[in-house]
Design a protein around this ligand. Structure first.
Ligand code: HEM
Length: 382
C-alpha cells in the first residue's frame, strides 16, 4: 500500500493522510474509526476518535475530590482549614494518576521540611529510593507473573519501561528514575496545593467573583460532576485562576545553570554561574499591569493572556517559559478547575475570623498558618 501511495508525487494539495499512512486510511474507511489490527503476533488497537484520543484523567481527580468533600460534610457551618485539605487531595491525585497507587511516595514530603542533619537526610533519601524500588518491583512482578503485559502507561510505567530499555542510549538509570519520580511528585503536588488554597482564599474575600464562578459552573454542569467538554468552557474560572497565579503564583523563581558564556540583553554571563529568573517580579510590576497591580481583578484576563499582558510573554509566566516550562500545566489547570467546580456546586465559602494573612515561600508560596474558612451548604441535604 505504502509503495503504491508513494509511487508518484501528489498534486499540490494538503490531503496528505492517505499518502503518508495509506494502510490506516484504508482500514479506517473499511472498519471504522477504531479497529483492531495485528502487528505480527501482537494485537494493536488503533483509535482515532477524538473522544478516545483524549487521555481522560478526570474520573481519578473527581473521585479524589469526592472523598475530600465527603469529609467536609461534617464541617458545614464550622471552621475548616483548607491548605491541609488540599495537601491531602493533591497528594492523592498525583499518586493515583502518576504512580497508580495511594500516597506512597508523597507521604515522605512532609519530612522534607523538617530540619535534618546529613545523616538524617541520607536516611530519608534511602527511604525514598526504597519506596520507588518497591513500586518498580511491583510493576515488574505483575509482568513476570502474567498479571499484566506491560509496566503500564502512566508516569511510573513509562519510566520503568525506559529503565528496562535494552538500548544503552535510551536506558534510564535507577538514580535518574528515582530523581524523576521525586521531581514529578513535588512539582505536581505542592504547586496545585498552593494554587487551590490561594484561589479559594481570594474567592472567600471576593464574594462577587465567587458568585460569578458558581453561576458559570452551574450553567455548564448543573449539579453533575465536571466533564472535559465543560471544563474547557469555564471562562470566568480561567480568568480567576490566571489572576490567582499572577498574585500568588506557586513557583516564585526559575533556576538555570549557565554552562557556557552567553549574552542575555546587555548582560554577558560567564560560564558556571547560576541564574535565578525572578519571574514573579514582572507579575507585580505596576508599569506592566497598572496602578491596581496589587488588586484581585480577574477581568484583566477577560480577553486572554496575550491581551492582558499586552503581548509581553515575560509579564506572566507562572508555568515558566521556553523549552523547560511546566509539563504539567494542563493537568494542573484541569485538576484545579474540577476541584473548584465541585466545591462551588456545594458550598459558599467565607474567610474565618481566625485567618492570619502570612504568605511565605517554602519552595512554593504557602499560607504560613493555613486558610481557615467557614463553609455554608447550598443544599439542605449536604
Ligand atoms: C499550579 C500548578 C503548577 C505550577 C504553577 C507549575 C510551575 C512550574 C514551573 C514554573 C516550572 C519550571 C519551569 C522552568 O524552569 O522554566 C515547572 C516545571 C515542572 N513541572 Fe510544573 N507547575 C505546576 C503543576 C505541575 C504538575 C501538576 C505537574 C505534574 C503532573 C508538574 C510537573 C512539572 C515538571 C516535571 C517540571 C520540570 C520540567 C523540566 O524540568 O523539564 N507541574 N512547573
Amino acid at each position: 500500500m505504502r509503495q503504491e501511495a508513494l509511487s508518484k508525487p501528489m498534486a499540490l494539495g494538503h490531503d496528505i493522510f492517505p499518502r503518508v499512512q495509506p494502510h490506516i486510511y484504508t482500514w479506517i474507511n473499511k472498519y471504522g474509526k477504531n479497529y483492531l489490527s495485528w502487528d505480527g503476533v501482537r494485537a494493536e488497537l488503533v483509535i482515532s476518535e477524538p473522544e478516545l484520543i483524549k487521555e481522560n484523567m478526570t474520573p481519578a481527580v473527581i473521585s479524589s475530590v469526592e472523598t475530600m468533600l465527603e469529609k467536609w460534610k461534617g464541617y458545614v457551618g464550622k471552621e475548616i482549614e483548607l491548605f491541609e485539605e488540599f495537601r491531602l487531595l493533591t497528594s492523592e491525585v498525583i499518586s493515583r494518576t502518576a504512580f497508580g497507587n495511594k500516597l506512597t511516595l508523597v507521604s515522605f514530603y512532609s519530612k522534607l521540611w523538617e530540619p535534618a542533619d546529613v545523616l538524617l537526610s541520607e536516611e530519608l533519601a534511602n527511604e525514598i529510593q526504597g519506596c520507588v524500588m518497591k513500586m518498580i518491583k511491583k510493576r515488574e512482578d505483575r509482568v513476570v507473573n502474567g498479571g499484566a503485559d506491560s509496566f503500564g502507561n502512566d508516569f511510573l510505567g513509562l519510566h520503568v519501561n525506559a529503565y528496562h530499555d535494552l538500548d544503552d542510549k535510551n536506558m534510564l538509570s535507577l538514580g535518574d528514575l528515582v530523581d524523576e519520580c521525586k521531581t514529578f511528585c513535588l512539582a505536581g503536588q505542592d504547586t496545585v496545593n498552593s494554587l487551590l488554597a490561594w484561589t479559594i482564599f481570594l474567592l472567600a474575600i471576593h464574594g462577587d467573583w465567587q458568585e460569578k464562578a458558581r453561576r458559570e459552573v452551574i450553567d455548564i454542569f448543573g449539579n453533575q460532576n465536571p466533564h472535559s467538554e465543560g471544563i474547557v468552557k469555564l471562562k470566568i474560572m480561567t480568568m480567576i485562576i490566571n489572576e490567582t497565579l499572577r498574585l500568588y503564583g506557586p513557583a516564585n523563581g526559575l533556576i538555570r545553570k549557565v554552562g557556557r558564556e552567553v549574552q542575555i540583553g546587555k548582560l554577558v554571563l560567564p560560564a558556571n554561574i547560576d541564574l535565578y529568573v525572578a519571574n514573579v517580579v514582572p507579575q507585580h510590576d505596576p508599569q506592566l499591569w497598572g496602578d491596581d497591580v496589587h488588586l484581585f481583578k480577574p477581568e484583566r484576563f477577560a480577553e486572554g493572556i496575550a491581551k492582558a499582558t499586552k503581548y509581553n510573554a515575560a509579564a506572566f509566566c507562572p508555568f515558566g517559559i521556553g523549552p523547560r516550562s511546566c509539563v504539567g500545566m494542563s493537568f494542573a489547570t484541569m485538576e484545579t478547575k474540577i476541584a473548584l467546580s465541585m466545591i462551588l456546586q456545594r458550598y459558599t465559602i467565607s474567610l474565618s475570623p481566625a485567618y492570619v494573612h502570612s504568605p511565605i515561600s517554602v519552595i512554593t508560596i504557602q499560607p504560613e498558618h493555613g486558610i481557615q474558612v467557614i463553609l455554608k451548604s447550598l443544599h439542605s441535604n449536604v
